[in-house]
Structures are given as C-alpha cells and as structure tokens.
Ligand binder design. Structure first.
Ligand SMILES: [Zn+2]
Length: 205
C-alpha cells in the first residue's frame, strides 16, 4: 500500500503513531521501535503494509519503504511541502474514508515541485482543493458586508473575497485572481504577492 505521512507522534520513547493518507482512506497506525527503524517524517511518500492486530485497537505499520523525491535535498521545497501536508492533516482531522483527490493532489505536487517555484505550485494546488470542496468563491462579493467589490479584492482565510477596508488587508487585482481561480495559474502575481497568498493559506485550509 502507498501513502503520504500526514503526521507522526512519538509515544513511549521509541514507538510512533503515524497518520497516513492513501487514495481511499486516512489511516492511523502504530509503529513499534520507530526510533530504531528507518526515519519516518511528515510529507514522506511511503510504501508499507498494514498488519491486522486482533486484540489491539490500532493496527500496526510494517515494512516501510520510503519512495524518494527528486527534491529531497532542497531544504526550502521540503519545508514548503511539509507545511502544506501539515495544513492538510489539520484539515482532514476527523476524516477516515476519503476521495482519491487528496492523495493525487500530493502526488502531483511531489512530482512537479522540483521544476516549479514551490509556493506558486502550492497556491495553485490549494485553489484546486477549494474548488474540489465547493469552497472556491469566484464571485466578486464581499463575504462580510455582502456587497460588490470594486477594484482590488482582499482575501481572508480560505481565500474568501472581501473589501480591503472590511478585513483591513491589502487586495489583489481582479484579473490576477480570475486567472488563478479559473485557470489555476499564478503567473500574473509577483513574488511579493505569492508570499502574501502563501501566508493566507497558512492561516488554515
Ligand atoms: Zn465588505
């Protein structure tokens, strides 16, 4: 079975509880002697076996092999990817069965990130996630005062559009947002704006 490590929690010195996203479910598994085995880190793509444990309430994680990335030694890309995975983990906190979209999204990111600016790719991926969940607000209406936004639109958490004055935040030009929301492309934004979008994402999915 294959999956992405969403989270790890160390227990009893050497063991780990590992949360893994597969294409069908989010698994919580127990790894004995985690400290003595190969290192398992958030964001890693792994191949593994789930061992049924009749008496225990939590199944065991066995035979873990890390599937290597071509960006493993690019520290900034790894950090950005891990941040995205951690945000996704919080977002999927109460989920067990899951649509294949999320696994495929992480797979797509991990395959493209070495050739792309990581934050641009993650901003575009986040917009895909919002659209998949029916939470992408393309309309030009402020979520706070419910009136039309003329000129620049500011974005709140989850990229909710608002007037700059309503959320006291600098806006983005409409045509740039339209290209991002409709085509999932960040190419009209400068790097400063990409950092602002990335900070909004980090408020939480
Ligand atoms: Zn408003």
């Amino acid at each position: 079975m294959r999956g992405f490590v969403l989270n790890t929690v160390r227990v009893r010195d050497e063991d780990l509880i590992v949360r893994i996203l597969t294409s069908k479910e989010v698994l919580t598994l127990y790894r004995f002697y985690g400290a003595r085995h190969s290192y398992i880190n958030v964001g890693y793509h792994i191949d593994f076996i789930v061992e049924e444990t009749p008496k225990a309430t939590i199944k065991r994680l066995r035979n873990v092999t890390q599937l290597p990335y071509d960006f493993m030694f690019d520290l900034q890309k790894m950090l950005d990817f891990k941040s995205f995975v951690t945000l996704l983990n919080n977002h999927l906190r109460d989920v067990s069965k899951i649509d294949g979209f999320y696994y495929n999204l992480l797979k797509e990111i991990s395959e493209k990130i070495s050739k792309r600016d990581s934050k641009r790719l993650l901003v575009e991926s986040y917009v895909k996630l919002l659209e998949k969940e029916g939470r992408l607000h393309k309309e030009n209406t402020c979520f706070l005062c419910d009136t039309e936004i003329e000129g620049k639109a500011a974005l709140a958490r989850a990229f909710l559009p608002a007037h700059e004055k309503c959320i006291m935040s600098e806006g983005f030009e409409r045509e740039k947002l339209d290209l991002l929301f409709n085509e999932k492309k960040t190419l009209l934004f400068d790097d400063f704006e990409i950092n602002r979008l990335w900070k909004i994402i980090n408020l939480g999915f």
